[in-house]
Ligand binder design. Structure first.
Ligand code: ATP
Ligand code: MG
Length: 501
């Protein structure tokens, strides 16, 4: 075999090496290929495992007890119910040879009976076109022979993505490869080789032929990678972004007001980079990327201020976000959350002037379940603007107010009896005595929460109602004071947590 390299030892799960053994035992050849080989060499944990073989789909099905045909390319899923999740199905595909790609999405015809060389030649990038032949297995460690016809090992060590064969042809053939190149670059931190990058630039419009679901999947992988900013900057500079999210491309060079050092695009990119650095959710990352997407169309020059204004960019941006995410076929749940985050990202944080009820209104607008993610979007927005501190006093104070606004305050409504029940038991008309009794009961319950039962409280009500007016009033006042002390304690606990007064 040409380019066969010295054997090396790798840790390969027995579910995978077992399939190679099974095929070889039946007289076939079998090789690990694709992303799993790349990841093994990089010392990463492969997400899935692929095997290629000279066996036909029917041959494969005969060798293993439980299999199913996965697609029209002859891939057979070998099933192992006992294995851990990522190994439950291992894909085994006969050596592929493809004929023609007239629609830039899928081969016109796939023929079996190719060779390993054919199979490696039709793969996208050299780093994904290395094969491993498992020679020997001992305690999960495998001696392998590496077959590297396209110099993938060299490109892995120089951390470069290089198309297999003629880059132009390969991208013209299948537009998904363009996005895969950007995604792999963002995930692995690899650069694009010059000719490969040039070819992407030249054929960027092929993207338009790709199913939106597949575009979305690659887009999600870029935004969930450690380097979404690099991915989107590269997508922009290679002319790919305008075919995926033109709204974002239109933010390039859009100058902001004097408070900002970056244009809208760079600001959004920095915001999403911060979200990735913090490991935030998909929704927060999307909202970071889109929070100011309404700015380019909302921008107006104000003679009075001698500066740009962006009135209504939050409302407009939320609408644009819905459009973009619907186009990319995101789930409604995701669209709803991200657009709410974009809509509310402008909340006013002057804690000197803001009231708790204003904070409550914001919580109601964005939704209780989304409020902390909104705080994360705001932190990303800040960092994206170039401010050094993620959480200055003002924002910490705001967080503390959010927590205050969301907690259930200590009041007599916590009691398992209410005013009307008390009037019934004590034979009272509405008046201050009812309040005294409620507060006296609250004091009991604050001392011993297990006393908050109907039975205990009703019995206690009878006792209290028999007290003379003065004594009952005193008990009520004590309860009120106690309630205030407890409230203060809870509030200072929250404020202490955020280091604010
Ligand atoms: P990961 O599993 O981390 O997503 P991967 O490179 O393994 O990355 P898969 O979608 O699992 O991606 O594909 C397995 C292999 O199939 C790739 O490594 C590559 O060799 C080949 N491949 C996938 N998509 C294409 C494509 N569009 N054109 C050519 N080859 C492809
Ligand atoms: Mg894979």
């Amino acid at each position: 075999m040409k380019n066969a390299l010295k054997p090396r030892v790798f840790v390969i799960p027995k579910e995978v090496s077992g399939i190679s053994e099974g095929l070889k035992g039946a007289g076939f050849r079998a090789y690990l290929v694709g992303g799993c080989v790349r990841d093994l060499i990089l010392g990463l944990r492969p997400k899935d495992w692929d095997i290629t073989t000279d066996a036909t789909p029917d041959d494969i099905a005969k060798v293993f007890p439980k299999t199913f045909y996965e697609n029209e390319y002859g891939t057979v899923g070998v099933v192992n119910d006992e294995a851990e999740e990522s190994l439950k199905v291992v894909e085994v595909t006969p050596f592929r040879k493809e004929i023609g790609y007239s629609d830039s999405r899928r081969p016109d015809r796939v023929v079996f009976g190719g060779t390993l060389e054919d199979d490696l030649k039709r793969r996208d990038f050299s780093i994904n076109a290395i094969a491993m032949d498992i020679k020997d297995t001992k305690d999960g460690e495998c001696d392998v022979e590496v077959i590297d016809n396209h110099q993938g090992l060299k490109d892995i060590s120089s951390r470069t993505i290089v198309a297999v064969g003629k880059p132009e042809e390969r991208f013209a053939e299948d537009g998904l490869r363009l996005l895969r190149a950007l995604r792999l670059s963002a995930e692995l931190g690899f650069k694009l080789e010059t000719e490969t990058a040039e070819a992407i630039k030249k054929h960027a419009s092929v993207i338009k032929k790709i199913a939106m679901e597949r575009v979305r999947d690659e887009f999600v992988r870029i935004i969930m990678s450690d380097r979404p900013g690099d991915g989107f900057r590269m997508a922009e500079s290679l002319g790919v972004l305008k075919h995926v999210i033109p709204e974002l491309s239109q933010a390039v060079g859009v100058e902001q007001n004097k408070a900002h050092s970056f244009d809208v695009f760079e600001h959004l990119i920095r915001a999403v980079e911060h979200s990735a650095k913090r490991g935030y959710s998909l929704e927060v990352r999307l909202a970071s990327l889109f929070h100011d997407i309404g700015k380019p169309p909302a921008r107006r020059w104000s003679e009075e201020k001698g500066d740009w204004t962006f009135h209504g960019h939050d409302v407009l941006g939320a609408k644009m976000t819905v459009k973009i995410l619907e186009r990319l076929k995101f789930q409604n749940k995701v669209i709803d959350k991200v657009s709410r985050l974009v809509l509310t990202h402008m909340f006013f944080t002057d804690t000197e002037k803001i009231t708790l009820s204003a904070v409550r209104r914001l919580v109601a607008k964005v939704g209780k379940e989304n409020i902390w993610e909104l705080m994360n979007v705001r932190a990303a927005d800040r960092i994206g603007t170039g401010r050094p501190k993620e959480s200055p006093y003002r924002l910490r104070k705001y967080h503390s107010m959010v927590e205050e606004a969301m907690r259930d305050p200590i009041t007599v409504s916590m009691l398992r009896v209410d005013g009307s029940r008390i009037m019934e038991i004590a034979g009272l008309k509405p008046g201050p005595r009812v309040g005294y009794i409620l507060h006296a009961l609250l004091e009991e319950v604050l001392d011993a929460p297990e006393k908050n039962t109907r039975e205990f409280l009703e019995e206690k009500t009878r006792e209290l109602s028999a007290l003379p007016e003065e004594e009952l009033k005193e008990a009520g006042e004590r309860g009120k004071e106690r309630r205030e002390t407890e409230e203060d304690k809870e509030l200072s606990k929250i404020r202490k947590k955020y280091w604010v007064k």
